[in-house]
Design a binder for this molecule. Sequence first.
Ligand code: PHE
Length: 346
Amino acid sequence: MKNLSDIKETAIQAIRDCKNNADLNQLRVLYVGKKGEIQEVMKAMKDMSKEDRPAFGALVNEVKKEISALLEERKCVLEEKELAVKLEEEKLDITLSGYRPHLGNIHPLMLVQQELEDVFVGLGYSVAEGPEVECDLYNFERANIPKDHPARDMQDTFFINVEELLRTHTTAVQMRQLEQSQKEGKEIIKVICPGKVYRRDDDDATHSHQFMQCEGLVVGENIRLSDLKGTLLFMARKMFGENRIIRFRPSYFQFTEPSVEVDVSCHICGGKGCHVCKGSGWIEVLGAGMVHPNVLRMAGFDPKKLSGFAFGVGMERIAMLKYGIDDIRAFYTNDLRFLKAFNRFE
Ligand code: PHE
C-alpha cells in the first residue's frame, strides 16, 4: 500500500500537470473517489490501535481536503481556459459585408394597374373586383348584348357551360356594381374594375387569349360626355405626361351610346409623327361612351333620372406604350431578363 505522503506528492503533481477537465475528473476518482487511493489508506485504520486511530484519521482527512481543494482550484482554472479557447474559435466578425436577399420586383402590368388605381382613387373612385368565371347574364345580357347579337362574335370566349364563361371584359364587374348599388339604394357610382379577361384569339405580337383590362364607371345625376372627356384627359396626362391631349372618334359598343374611341397624342414625338404612332401623331388607347339607357334600365335605374359614362383600357396596351414593349407575349413568358428591367430596387 502507498503511504500517505507519497499519495499527496503525486496527486499534487498530477493535478498541476493536468491539462483538461476530463483528465481532472479521472484524477478525482483516482485520489478522492469512493474506491480511490485515500479511501484505500483509510482501510488500514482497522489494523491500528484505538489510540492511534483518531490522529491518523485526522491526518488522512486533512490530506483528502487538501487534494479536494486543489482539484477544485484546478477545475476553475481549466474551465476558464476552455471558455477562452471557445470564445476565440467562435468569434463572429460583424464587420463582414452580408448577402443581400433577392427581392424580386413588381410585374410591369401590376405597375400599370397600381398607377391607374392611384389616379382614380385620387379622384374618389373605389376599386372593385369580380369573378373571372362569369355568368352570361353579367358579361353579355346586362351589357345590352343579347344571345343572338352579332357583337358576340368579336368576344367569343371559353365556355364552361351555356350560362358560364370566362369573362371577355371587366364590363361584367361594372354590371354587378350597377345591380348591387341599385339594391343598396345608391344613386352615385364611381368605380374602376381592373382584372384579367379572356377571349378566343390566336396569340401573336398584339393578341393574347388572356389579357388585363381596367374599366371605369360613373353614374349619377347629370353626368355628361364632357365629364368623360375631362376624366380621360386627366388620366392620359397622368399616365403619359402632362403635355398630352386627347381626341374622340365615333365608335360602337353595345353598352354605351354614344360610343367613342379615344386617341392620345403620341408621347414619343409629341404629335409630330413617328414610328410609334405610325406617322399620325395619335395613338389609339381606349374605348368609352355614355352608359346605354337599356343598361341602366336592366339594372333597375331610371335612365331619365340618372346618366353615366364608362371607359375601358387594356393594361397591356398601356404598358407596351409606356415601356416601349413590342410583343404582348413578353408579359406572360416569365423571361427574367425582361422582368428584371422593371426592378426599381437594384
Ligand atoms: N368593354 C369594352 C371592351 O372590352 C371596352 C369598353 C368599356 C368600351 C367601357 C366602352 C365602355 O372592348
